[in-house]
Write a protein that binds this ligand. Structure first.
Ligand code: ADP
Ligand code: MG
Length: 321
């Protein structure tokens, strides 16, 4: 269980996270989705008791991360962005070393169990130096699991892995959830969709949206952008296109090409093509533009007064994508 209220962290004059509040329940995989620099790692370091916040409060597994950081660390498994592994140790020796460092009783058993959880029993005697990146990530997961933590905090667990290794690590994580609370960060939208029950979108240190994966999908597919290019100088094109039924608005116009946004769920390409040709323009190009994660971030962080309220999931229908 994770409960965060108004968490803020400043690095000198720089505010890395700004008044974050969220919670995660037992059995849940909560996704922390955001671009580089969003504040994911900062938040995770605070939640694991490695660094105090500048203000705000966080409870993890029932303990305060500042006042009871030792209790927190006993109950949290942490896979940092880069796991400090020792290449000239064997997998087994490394895990045993980590278990002893944490003063775990019956360390050998704990190591065997952790190896089993990440399906590496047969690699125990191999040297870390000889492991693939995916295997090393599994060792990282194993060290996070040594003390059977009730909360798992995984910082971009699939970063730098090849596609097969990514699938492998994702499957492992799915299997680990169960009775635990998992907080996982990623900058990959599809990863958040596949792994998480709930996703917080974080940008520039703030939570800009909270969604179920299904709602995220709706944001991606619900609305459409269409790019239009005509011959000539395109005089009068903006007014013409804006008046077509199903066109929600013109996003940008540059001479003879423009980008339009459609009412969610409508394919306006045929009517746009017809109207343009009937008005006497030569239609050079007309195509759908998919929404990228970056587009969503821009949309979610747009501060124009015309933008719809972003934080409420109920407002999805009115999302301009
Ligand atoms: N130790 C640090 N000192 C100063 N600024 C930092 C430090 N760590 C992170 N930052 C800044 O804080 C912001 C959030 O970083 P981070 O939490 O690493 O984001 P993310 O993990 O989402 O990429 C960034 O602007 C980053 O440059
Ligand atoms: Mg990070």
């Amino acid at each position: 269980m994770i409960q965060v209220d108004g968490l803020t962290k400043d690095y000198g004059p720089r505010r890395a996270i700004d008044n974050l509040s969220f919670h995660a329940e037992k059995g849940e995989i909560l996704g922390f989705l955001g671009p580089n620099g969003a504040g994911k790692t900062t938040t995770m370091r605070i939640l694991t008791g490695y660094m105090p916040p500048s203000s705000g409060k966080a409870m993890v597994a029932g303990y305060d991360v500042v006042d009871q950081s030792l209790e927190v660390r006993r109950r949290v498994g942490y896979l940092p962005e880069t796991v400090p592994l020792y290449p000239d140790m064997t997998v087994y020796d490394y895990l045993k070393f980590m278990a002893d460092l944490r003063h775990l009783p019956s360390a050998e058993e704990r190591v065997d169990e952790a190896l089993e959880m990440v399906h590496m029993e047969d690699r125990a005697d191999g040297y870390i130096a000889n492991l693939s990146k995916g295997m090393r990530q599994r060792v990282g997961l194993a060290q996070a699991l040594l003390h059977s933590p009730e909360v798992l905090i995984l910082d971009e667990p699939t970063i730098g892995l090849d596609p097969a290794q990514i699938l492998d690590v994702r499957n492992l994580i799915r299997g680990l959830a169960g009775e635990r609370t998992v907080l996982l960060s990623t900058h990959i939208l599809s990863e958040a969709q596949q792994l998480c029950n709930r996703v917080l979108i974080i940008n520039k240190g703030r939570i800009v949206a909270e969604d179920s994966p299904a709602q995220l999908q709706a944001r991606l597919s619900g609305a459409q952008r269409v790019s239009v290019t005509v011959g000539g100088d395109g005089d009068g094109l903006v007014n013409l296109v804006a008046s077509i039924s199903g066109v929600a608005g013109v996003l940008s116009a540059k001479g003879n090409s423009l980008e339009i946004e459609t009412v969610p769920g409508l394919d306006v390409r045929a009517s746009v093509a017809r109207a343009i040709v009937e008005a006497g323009y030569d239609l050079l190009e007309l195509r759908n533009i998919g929404m990228s994660l970056e587009d969503i971030f821009i949309e979610l962080t747009r501060e124009s007064p015309a933008a719809p309220e972003m934080a409420e999931s109920e407002d999805l229908e009115s999302f301009e994508e």
